[in-house]
Each structure stands twice: as C-alpha cells, then as structure tokens.
Ligand binder design. Sequence first.
Ligand code: TXA
Ligand code: MG
Length: 326
Amino acid sequence: MIRKQITTAVKLLDTGKTVAFPTETVYGLGADISIPSAIDQVFKIKGRPTNHPLIVHFSRIAQLQYWAREIPPAAWKLAKHFWPGPLTLILKRSSHVPQNVTGGQDTVGLRIPNHPVALALLNTLGDNRALAAPSANRFGKISPTTAAHVYEELGTSVDMILDGGACEIGLESTIVSFDDQMACVLRPGGIPLTLLNTILNGQVTLATSISLKTRASGTLASHYAPSIPLETCLSESLLQRTLELKSHGLRIAVIKCSASDLPHVTDNKIAQFLMPREPSSYGRQLYATLRQFDNSNFDYILIETPPNKPDWLAIIDRLQRASHIK
Ligand code: TXA
Ligand code: MG
C-alpha cells in the first residue's frame, strides 16, 4: 500500500508537484530542489518569504559531499553519529544546491530524516536528488505532527499528503552550524545539547539568542504560534495569573507540567491540562496539544514554565517563540 503511494509521490515530485511527508520530527512540505517552479510553490503554499532558507533532505550519508563543500571533521562526526536523525547541519553549499533553496545564502541546511516513509521516498528518488522540506505549516504557525494537521494547515494546496502516523519526536530538528570548525547550535531540537557535547568532547556552543533563562514573553518574533495568545508563567504565579485573566472574562486553557491542581479554580471557563513530566514525551505532545486548544473554545493559553534544565531547552525555546504577549 505505502509502496504504491511512494511511487505516486515520486511521479508527482518528478513533475514539480509538492508532497507532504512524515519525518521523525514534524511533517515536511516536500519539493524537488532542482525544479525552480516546485520551490516557488513551497514558498507560496507556506506564505513564507523567499529569503528564508529551506532544509534539504536526502537519504545516504555518502551523498553529503554532493550537496556540501569544505565539510569540517566535526560535521562528519555528527553526521555519522546522528543520521538518519533529527539533526540539520548548516554547511557551505555545493554548486548542486540552487540558490533559490538557500534564500540566496552560500550555506545549506542538510538532513537525513529518520522515518521509514521519508527514507523510502528519498531512496526511491535516488542519488543526486533531494527534497526541500520546510515544516508543512503556514508561515509562523505550529508545525504539524500528524497528516491531519497538514491537511488542516494546507488543505488541497499541497498535491499529496503521505500519512506516516504521529511524529515520534514532535519538535523540529536540532540545527548546528560551524564557525571556524566550532559547532554552534542555532536551533535546539530533537537532539539534546548534552548529547552533541558528548560526541564533540564539549566543543559545542549555543547561539547567543538562545538561553535557558526565562525571558519576558513577546521579546521574540512570534513563531510556532497558535492564533490565540499564549503566555508562559512560573509555577508559583500560575494561580494568581489564572485568576487575573479570569477576571477579564477570558476562557483559559492552563497547561501544566506539575501535578498539583490549581485550588479554587473549578470553573467552566478554565480547563486544566497536565503534560508529561519527561521532556521527550512532553515534546512529542506539545504541538498537538497547542493545536487542540487553539481549535477549541478558548481565548488564552497559559503554560506553566517547564523545568529550567538542559533537556528542556528545545521546549523552552518553542514556548518562548510561541508567546504572543506584546
Ligand atoms: O525537523 C525539521 O528540521 C523539519 C523537518 C520537516 O525536517 N523541517 C523544518 O524546516 O523545521 P523549516 O523550514 O520549518 O525550518 C528550517 C530552519 C529555518 O529556521 C531556517 O532559517 C533554518 O532552518 N535554515 C535552513 N537553512 C539554513 C541556512 N543555510 N543557514 C541558517 N539557517 C538555515
Ligand atoms: Mg518551520
């Protein structure tokens, strides 16, 4: 069944059409990087500015040199250890990567995803071919982690959606760039920083814009965001903030990661939802949970700030980006 769908998908991609497909992180909106009209279509469907670079997906590590040049040893080390997997490497692009895919930059984001459907699709495409695949959501919105979410985001503007079930990781890949051979995490994601550091003997830095410190909501450009306001709130202030928002007549979804119930707020305007206490399970469920409350009858999402620990970095990053407060 899936084999037949892969054949159909490849035929569509061959003719410049778009195919959404599952990866272990989130669903991607795929197009053949060598067909300019297909890449134009990706930007158009997503509503994304054309200078925002796309990640290039392929299936065999031996092909890394086909897509990138001057690959530092640290990049090889990470690729060999984590691919297929939730890691995107930013490297100097080879002449095989068209500039419209990289938003005009001389670097390219490269990744081998770890999902049987994605790998089957990329393997069937074959060597020297690759798919640009940004997350299959409209620009600035929450990434899809099921095929139904993709349909909800993009409808029939995408030519085919391959259904591979719910994504195992649920948050986007970790993006690593190399500055003077030194690895730098641009976007925390599926691979924890601690694990990268183990492989590269502690030689990994974190881009200065990312931090474990809780920042004021809304200081970042809104991204990965639901359409209703979302605010993160420390555990100790959660009750007070809920009551404050309630006094404005708002219907509030309170998303918690500690089990204690909010006292005195049994109220039909307030829903309390408990997330897993373990970061990989929390990450897997986060986008689906935000989407669920975004689609329900609520005016406001209030999220308990997760533990300020390295394993929670990707989650904290996404929550900060999703905060809407100006
Ligand atoms: O997990 C993922 O990475 C998913 C799945 C589908 O593979 N894809 C994904 O793509 O999240 P997208 O387009 O939603 O996010 C790509 C990010 C953007 O923030 C983009 O700026 C960054 O990767 N990026 C891509 N190429 C880059 C480059 N050459 N230099 C710096 N950043 C780059
Ligand atoms: Mg995205």
